[in-house]
Ligand binder design. Sequence first.
Ligand SMILES: *Cc1c(COP(=O)(O)O)cnc(C)c1O
Length: 421
Amino acid sequence: MSRSAVWHPFTQHAIEPAPPMIARTEGAYVETQDGKRLLDAISSWWVITHGHRHPRIQEAIRHTTETLDQVIFAGLSHEPAERLASALVEMAPAGLDWVFYSDSGSTSVEVALKMALGFHRHNGAPRSRIVVMEHGYHGDTIGTMSVGARGVFNVAYEPLLFQVDTIPFPAASQEQETLDAFERLARDRGVAALIVEPLVLGAGGMKMYPASVLAELKRIAESSGTLLIADEVMTGWGRCGTLFACEQAGVAPDILCTSKGLTGGSLPLAATLATDAIFRAHYSSDRARTFFHSSSYTANPIACAAALANVEIWNDEPVAERVAALARMQAERVARFDGDPRFENIRTTGTIAALDLRVGSAGYLAEVGPALRSFFLERGLLMRPLGNVLYVLPPYCVTSGELDRLYNAIDEAAGLAGDER
Ligand SMILES: *Cc1c(COP(=O)(O)O)cnc(C)c1O
């Protein structure tokens, strides 16, 4: 084969080997062209929920392609989008009555930010400050990088990023500092919105914080007229143990972003859910108040049908039980590293388990990262450590035996960091 023309995401082509070619996917596995099966321990970048190619989702996709392809979504509508919107409103935290479609997690966040500013402006009291949480990640567009953590990923684009106010990550026993910081900002600055990943900060290193903090943040937001944007792009669809992570805090955000697991991970689709108050702020005989956002593939009918099949799976199959069982299995397995000097910060939330390998140089660019990745690959395990942070975020069909294999490999992999320690 001639040289590949593909420029891969988050890939340093000068250092990294050519990636394996995947020819087939099924359940918890992706299979290479030459027949090697890799256990997808990261749900293909956190999107796959039930497993690859769930039959009902595949069938919905096939069936819908018989009658529909892409249809412009301004001035026209279609049944898959209508039915999915009703289902989402029903399943989401109370009060999120409107569904705005887009096609990726990043765009769902861009939409959320625009809605928040539109809300304040159209209500006659413009606000534009956004408060974000330290170590947050909300996407890779200029807008979503602006509300995310600054670092090696975006230092080159810094001049284009807008200013935000950052509250500290609510690390154990420092939760009050987070709340105090937000309270001060909300009081002094006239903040448009607080955007957070509920319970787990994914790309920031699978950092976890308690639901009580989220509940308090919501309380402060509410009392200061600040909108709460819950970025559930990664945390939704059971990943944190409940359908949406916000549920665990008993919190209904003003805006909720969902993508990744929305279609079970089968096709790109996103939705930004908003309260009626936010919709009303844009509802007017004045055309200037229209919500000006679109993307060409908004509410793609095939993707909506895949998402509807996902919703049906949630309603008809014991998904909540599967998620609970996986959460238990994960907690049991990661517990073997409690008190192990090679690791620290052993943690789980729902189906996600994470632990930090003790190394000399931590962070995403930790030398150990790529070495770990190839170590796991050689053993048929698809892992993608965030620097020295090892995490297991598998599809819900993963078995107890497969997890054992994975955790045995993690145990062995810790040896790799030996010389750095
Ligand atoms: C992945 C992710 C995004 C971005 O989603 P894309 O589909 O990659 O644009 C946004 N927010 C969070 C919390 C994510 O994990």
